[in-house]
Design a protein around this ligand. Structure first.
Ligand code: UD1
Length: 354
């Protein structure tokens, strides 16, 4: 079986790692195409190195742009690549512009498409990720769902026949890396003590691009009565600088994004997480850190059970939520046990179009 993975943005490299390992262990042929959506070393290269992912076979180098320009550049470049490789499956990951471009390109070339992390919904039509997920699920021949809730969404949209529950590949890589870094002390800035600080990330357009909203977020982070390590995405740094909004307030220290193993270590030793990232909400749950999410909804509603994750859409109460005690309740394995990538490979093999 020949699988061609299309990736381009940071969270997709994390998802690719266990899938690439499982495909290699099964002796399958795997072609990796990097669209170039993320290109900073800290947003791309370090993930391939740290997570031992084979270097991409093809790099499209599209870079940043408006949604249309970026997605269109990928589409234009993908035709020749897919034509050259003619895989049995085109595998697309998550909900970025690279996901949508990969799915549309494959459909137009009459190549079977599988969507990994299918069926997630925020029901927020303002989010570019929501457009990407819905369109990709409906274009795909196979929807690989991470959760029961995702399976229900797919069924509600008439896609039950194409849907298979495989679990969450992010659990695979998160547990693997957790075990690898468990004995290491996290690399923290001066003044940060293990067990006492929070990890924060903000990158969604709805949070970064509206001046009043970004000012509110900077103020909320600055009001937290504990040291906050703000791992700043390039978009956040750029918008804050353009808008003249100071991020380093109160006990906030602003640093560059972390490589994945350092991120896992930082969360593992933190007292909690404040974020608008989907992936980090789930990593916080998997690693046992209480999370405060600065959004109106989450695609991972399982994390809200028993208070492991709390939504703070209007930014009220962030200072109190962020330092709340760790819930005493269990964290049931709603995201699988760490064997999702093997299920992905098995499903791709079983459902191979004849
Ligand atoms: C993208 C995904 C989002 C995912 C996120 C993870 C879409 C629509 N969104 O958002 O779902 O959660 O990746 O990070 O695909 N930039 C750099 N260097 C880089 C990459 C980006 O400086 O390596 C800057 C550029 O100014 C760029 C901006 O960040 O315009 C936004 O990047 P983009 O890839 O468009 O979207 P993300 O916000 O990263």
């Amino acid at each position: 079986m020949k699988v061609l993975s299309i990736v381009g943005a940071r969270p997709q490299f994390v998802k690719l790692a266990p899938v690439a390992a499982a495909l290699s262990a099964s002796g399958e042929t795997h072609v990796i195409v990097h669209t170039g959506q993320h290109y900073d070393e800290r947003m791309s290269d370090v993930f391939f190195e740290d997570l031992r992912i084979p270097q991409p076979d093809v790099h499209l180098g599209v870079g940043s742009g408006s949604h249309g320009a970026q997605t269109g550049a990928m589409l234009g470049a993908l035709d020749a690549v897919l034509d050259e490789h003619r895989p049995d499956w085109v595998l697309v990951y998550g909900d970025t512009n690279s996901t949508l471009a990969g799915a549309v390109s494959a459909v137009k070339m009459h190549l079977p498409v599988a969507h990994l992390e299918a069926g997630l919904r925020s029901f927020n039509r303002r989010m570019p990720e929501e457009h990407n997920r819905v369109l990709t699920d409906h274009a795909a021949d196979l929807c690989l769902a991470p959760t029961h809730a995702a399976m229900e969404h797919l069924a509600n949209e008439g896609l039950a026949q194409r849907a298979v529950l495989v679990g969450d590949v992010m659990t695979d890589i998160c547990f693997l890396v957790r075990d690898r870094v468990a004995g290491n002390a996290p690399d923290l800035p001066a003044g940060f003590t293990p067990g006492d600080y929070l990890v924060a990330t903000i990158h969604r357009a709805d949070n970064t691009d509206d001046p009043a909203r970004l000012e509110g977020i900077a103020a909320a982070l600055g009001s937290i009565p504990a040291p906050v390590l703000l791992l700043a995405h390039p978009r956040l740094v750029a918008r804050a600088s353009e808008l003249g909004i100071e991020l380093a307030r109160g006990q906030v220290t602003v640093t560059r994004p972390l490589p994945y193993p350092d991120m896992v270590a930082a969360v593992l030793h933190s007292r909690g997480v404040v974020t608008d990232s989907g992936g980090l909400q789930k990593e916080a749950y998997l690693l046992g850190a209480p999370c405060t999410t600065l959004r109106t909804e989450t695609e991972w509603p399982e994390t809200l059970a028993a208070g492991w994750n709390v939504l703070a859409p209007d930014l009220v109460g962030v200072a109190e939520y962020a330092v709340r005690p760790r819930p005493e309740s269990d964290r049931p394995p709603v995201y699988g046990e760490g064997d999702a990538a093997q299920r992905v490979v098995r499903t791709l093999t079983d459902r191979l179009p004849r």
